[in-house]
Design a protein around this ligand. Structure first.
Ligand code: SF4
Length: 397
C-alpha cells in the first residue's frame, strides 16, 4: 500500500478530524479541573520540595502529563461533547493511565476488545466515531475504519507523526528502517506499518549484534531467529542492511537511542568510508522533548540524597519504565506503582520491580526521617501523584 498517499487522502476526507471541534477551551478546563492538583502546584512553587513531619519529598523538575497526552485527552473530551449521541470507540487506551481510561469509560467511550492479540473491530458500525490514541494506530487499522465509514478522530501526537515521516523518507530512498523500540508496543506497531523494510532493535545489545552482522556477516537463520516478529515480511539481513536509517519509539531511553544512532553511523562509516556514508545511512532526531525533559530531570533527581524513589505511571508505560531504569542504575531503592491504591495502611506496597512481575513488599517506608524522590510518566495526572504523596504523609504521621 502507498501509505503516504493513503494518509494524505484520509486527512482530506470529511470523516477525518485531527484538530478538534472548537470546544478546546471547555475541554482544557475540564481536563485541568479533573487532573491537576493544588498540592503539586504548591510543591512546584516551593522549588519542587515539601517536608511534613519526618517526610521530605523531592519532585523531579519535569514529570507527569506531557503536552501530547494533555492534547489527546482534551480531544477525547471534545469528541464526546461534539458527538453526544453517537457511539464512540477508542482503538486502544488513550494513554497508559488507568484513571484516565476509566474516566473515558464513564463517559461511555467503548474500548475495542483484544482477543488473543487481535483487536475485534466487528463492533464498529458505519457512522460510529473512533478515536485513535496519542501513540497512533497502524495504517491497516486506519484503512479498516475508513472502509467501514467511521468518523475518525486522530489524537496521534505530532512527535509520533514526525517519526512516521522519518520512516517514510527511509522507504522512499529504499533504506531499511532500524527502529529503536519494543516491537509489540502500539507506537512501534504503528511506526513499522508506515515503514518499508524494517528491523526493530530493543537495546544497544541488539544493535551491537546487528552491527557485527553488518561488518562481519554471520548466520542468517540465527539472525532471523534472534529478531522473530521484529522485522518486516521478506526482510533478509544479507540483503537489507546495506542502506539503513535509524528511527525510534518516542519514549525510549534518550541516551540509548543516541548511542544506537551513533553505533550505526560508525558502522556504516567503517564499512563504506566517509565519502559514501550518506548513501548508506540516514538519521533524524525524533526523540520527543517531553521524554527527554523527564529523563533529564530524573538524572538530576537521582543526584539528591534520597532514601528511596517512587516512580508513578502505568505498568505498560514505556516512558515510565525508563524513568525506573534510571533509579535502578543509580542503585536507589525504587517502587514503580500506578496509583496510591498500591500503598496499604500496614506499610506494605504492591509494586513492579524493573522487568519483573508485581510484588508485595512490607515495611517499605523506613522509620524516622526520610527523603523520597518522586517522578511520574508522561501519562500520569498530577492528581495521582498528589494521592500518592498524601498517602505517604498519612502513613508516616
Ligand atoms: S511522550 Fe512525547 S511523543 Fe508521547 S505523547 Fe507525550 S509529547 Fe507526544
Amino acid at each position: 500500500m502507498d501509505t503516504k498517499t493513503f494518509k494524505r487522502n484520509l486527512q482530506q476526507s470529511d470523516n477525518y478530524h485531527r484538530n478538534g471541534f472548537g470546544h478546546q477551551q471547555e475541554a482544557n478546563i475540564a481536563v485541568n479541573e479533573e487532573y491537576q492538583s493544588g498540592l503539586i502546584q504548591e510543591i512546584r512553587q516551593n522549588n519542587y520540595k515539601i517536608t511534613r513531619g519526618d517526610v521530605t519529598i523531592h519532585l523531579a523538575e519535569a514529570f507527569g502529563f506531557c503536552w501530547g497526552v494533555e492534547r489527546a485527552v482534551a480531544m477525547a473530551y471534545e469528541t464526546r461533547t461534539h458527538f453526544p449521541h453517537e457511539k464512540i470507540w477508542i482503538t486502544n487506551e488513550i494513554i497508559h493511565n488507568p484513571s484516565v481510561n476509566q474516566r473515558l469509560k464513564d463517559m461511555n467511550v467503548g474500548f475495542i476488545a483484544v482477543n488473543e492479540g487481535i483487536k475485534d473491530f466487528s463492533v464498529v458500525n458505519q457512522g460510529d466515531v473512533v478515536i485513535l490514541p496519542a501513540f497512533g494506530a497502524s495504517v491497516d487499522e486506519m484503512k479498516l475504519l475508513n472502509d467501514k465509514g467511521s468518523t475518525i478522530v486522530d489524537t496521534t501526537c505530532p512527535w509520533v507523526s514526525k517519526v512516521w515521516n522519518s520512516v517514510e523518507k527511509h522507504k522512499k530512498r529504499s533504506y531499511t528502517s532500524i527502529i529503536h523500540g519494543k516491537y509489540k508496543h502500539e507506537e512501534t506497531v504503528a511506526t513499522s506499518s508506515f515503514a518499508g523494510t524494517y528491523l526493530v532493535v530493543l537495546n544497544t545489545k541488539e544493535a551491537e549484534y546487528v552491527r557485527d552482522y553488518i561488518l562481519n556477516g554471520g548466520d542468517r537463520e540465527e539472525f532471523l531467529a534472534q529478531f522473530t516478529n521484529a522485522y518486516s515480511q521478506g526482510f533478509d539481513p544479507d540483503q537489507h542492511l546495506d542502506k539503513i536509517g535509524v528511527a525510534n519509539q518516542t519514549t525510549m531511553l534518550k541516551s540509548e537511542t543516541e548511542e544506537i544512532a551513533r553505533l550505526f553511523q560508525d558502522t556504516m562509516l567503517k564499512k563504506y568510508g566517509p565519502l559514501n556514508l550518506n548513501d548508506h545511512f540516514m538519521s533524524f532526531n525524533t526523540i520527543c522533548d517531553a521524554t527527554q525533559e523527564r529523563q533529564d530531570a530524573m538524572l538530576d533527581l537521582v543526584n539528591e540524597k534520597l532514601d528511596l524513589m517512587v516512580v508513578i505511571g502505568g505498568f505498560n508505560s514505556s516512558n515510565t519504565t525508563h524513568l525506573q531504569e534510571i533509579a535502578v542504575e543509580y542503585n536507589i531503592p525504587s517502587y514503580h506503582i500506578d496509583s496510591d491504591d498500591r500503598i496499604f495502611n500496614d506499610n506494605t506496597i504492591e509494586h513492579k520491580p524493573l522487568n519483573q512481575d508485581l510484588q508485595l513488599d512490607s515495611n517499605w517506608l523506613p522509620a524516622g526521617k526520610i527523603t523520597i524522590g518522586i517522578t511520574s510518566g508522561a501519562s500520569t495526572p498530577d492528581k495521582v501523584v498528589e494521592n500518592v504523596i498524601e498517602k505517604i504523609f498519612a502513613l508516616k504521621s
